[in-house]
Write a protein that binds this ligand. Structure first.
Ligand code: 5AD
Ligand code: SF4
Length: 436
């Protein structure tokens, strides 16, 4: 029996799919080369904006052909769109046999049994079930041998007015320290060298356990074999001085942070209910620069939030100029049903959103080419993640992609490199020496 999983959305969703693969493999399923060869197809969905919603419908349209060849094949939909839409989704797409969400992924074996017995197994729960932690008993199945994601918390307690996540993933639940450390230990035994802690709002980890997030960083760093630590996504409001200090102190924590600002204008930030002003965000950036030498930043930006004026938008451009992010993920505001911003007055026409977006991209292009140039001639540490045709690829501690010539014996190694030629999204480097 074979499985195929198609994943949309964020890193959390990708990590959920890695866990779903683990569950399926524990049941004896093997990966299929393509969906046409699968006995079970799962679509792990995203609903953060309107676009990902639409992609799911078009994929379902294609995947349903599997039933002509293999009538017993099961089609499942999980993730955030499933949680948001519930039964309505099955009515729109009756081809769905199984439906669940991030709340009850660990119930997949029972759901498959029900579907095999000829029932529709639609299991969308209002709240996470009590036995939710059973999920951690399953290992993940990963493509990347050396860098692994570890989900440390689920849900989000923030109430950003544009965002569906609190609805699709529920209230914030921190995974226990014990459970996280035990997964990290087994990953290291499996050859993993870089641990990427994941949560919708990871800097709030531990608030419900009475432990500060930095404690988690220290404890993960104590595990022998953990060479690098990253975490995503931080929220500026929860980014304390304690966290910044720990990041500076712990040698394995990489000099990079993804810190979504969303908008530059304090007025818009207030409407978004982000809980900080433009100045406070910039202060956090200064604090991080103070404690962590050479730290780089990436961010998320929403353009065209309701009532955004030209002046508000210029504040966003100003933040880009001031911080000089190495990566900016920018999105046109997309109204999501059942969120406060959906019904706000002053929705911005798509044409203006698009114009602002191109101006933002233009500015970021210029900033990034300056940043890229500044890497030339510098020495960087790279963890080699992949090898193909004499070319090795990896990331610097500051989260830039580097390629270098070499053989596959360097796979999984930390190497010191010199940057020869640096382009916006990649740097050609040469190996100076192998660190370990
Ligand atoms: N419209 C546009 N972008 C959004 N994001 C979240 N909700 C919306 C929305 N309704 C963006 C935010 C978030 C990223 C994951 O997606 O920038 O940080
Ligand atoms: Fe998409 Fe948000 Fe769900 Fe991630 S948490 S899959 S970004 S809706």
């Amino acid at each position: 029996m074979k499985y195929y999983i198609k994943t949309f959305g964020c890193q959390m969703n990708f990590n959920d799919s890695e866990r779903l693969k683990g569950i399926l493999q524990s049941m004896g399923y093997e990966p299929a080369e393509s969906w046409e060869h699968a006995d079970i197809i799962l679509i792990n969905t995203c609903t953060i904006r309107e676009k990902p919603d639409q992609k799911v419908y078009s994929h379902l349209g294609e995947y349903k052909k599997i039933k002509e060849k293999n009538p017993g094949a099961i089609i499942g939909v999980c993730g955030c769109l499933a949680q948001r839409m519930g039964e309505e989704l099955v009515q729109k797409a009756p081809v769905i046999d199984i439906m669940f969400s991030s709340f009850n992924m660990h119930h997949l074996p029972e759901l498959i049994q029900q579907a095999q017995a000829g029932y529709k197994a639609i299991a969308i729960l209002e709240n996470p079930p009590e036995d939710e932690d059973k999920l951690w008993e399953y290992a993940t199945v990963r493509d990347n041998q050396f860098c692994a994601y570890v989900t440390v918390m689920k849900g989000c307690d923030k109430n950003c007015t544009y965002c569906v996540v609190p609805k699709t993933r529920g209230r914030q639940r921190s995974r226990s320290l014990e459970s996280i450390l035990s997964e990290v230990k087994s990953l290291v035994l499996d050859g993993v060298r870089e641990i990427h802690l994941l949560g919708q709002n990871v800097t709030a980890w531990g608030q419900d356990l009475g432990i500060p997030f930095e404690e988690l960083l220290y404890r993960v760093a104590e595990i022998p074999g953990v060479e690098r630590i990253r975490f995503t996504t931080g929220h500026p409001k929860d980014l304390t001085e304690g966290i910044a200090k720990a990041m500076g102190e712990i040698p394995q924590v990489c000099e990079h942070i993804h810190l979504p600002v969303q908008a530059g204008s304090t007025r818009i930030l207030k409407l978004m209910d982000r809980g900080y002003t433009k100045e406070e965000y910039l202060q956090k950036i200064d604090m991080l620069r103070h404690y962590i030498k050479g730290i780089t930043f990436s961010t998320d930006i929403i353009v065209g939030f309701p009532t955004e004026t030209e002046e508000d938008f210029e504040d966003t451009l100003d933040i880009l100029e001031k911080v000089k992010f190495e990566q900016v993920f920018s999105f046109k505001y997309s109204p999501r049903p059942d969120t406060p911003a959906y019904s706000m007055e002053g929705q911005i026409p798509d044409e203006i959103k698009s114009q602002r977006m191109s101006r933002l991209l233009e500015l970021q292009k210029r900033i990034l080419s300056e940043i890229a140039k500044s890497y030339e001639g510098t020495e960087q540490e790279v963890l080699i993640e992949s090898y193909e045709d004499g070319k090795l690829t990896g990331r610097t501690r500051t989260n830039r992609w580097a390629t270098l010539k070499g053989d596959s014996s360097l796979l999984g190694k930390l190497v010191k490199v010199k940057v020869l030629n640096s382009k916006p999204f990649n740097m050609e480097c040469e190996v100076l020496r192998v660190i370990g």
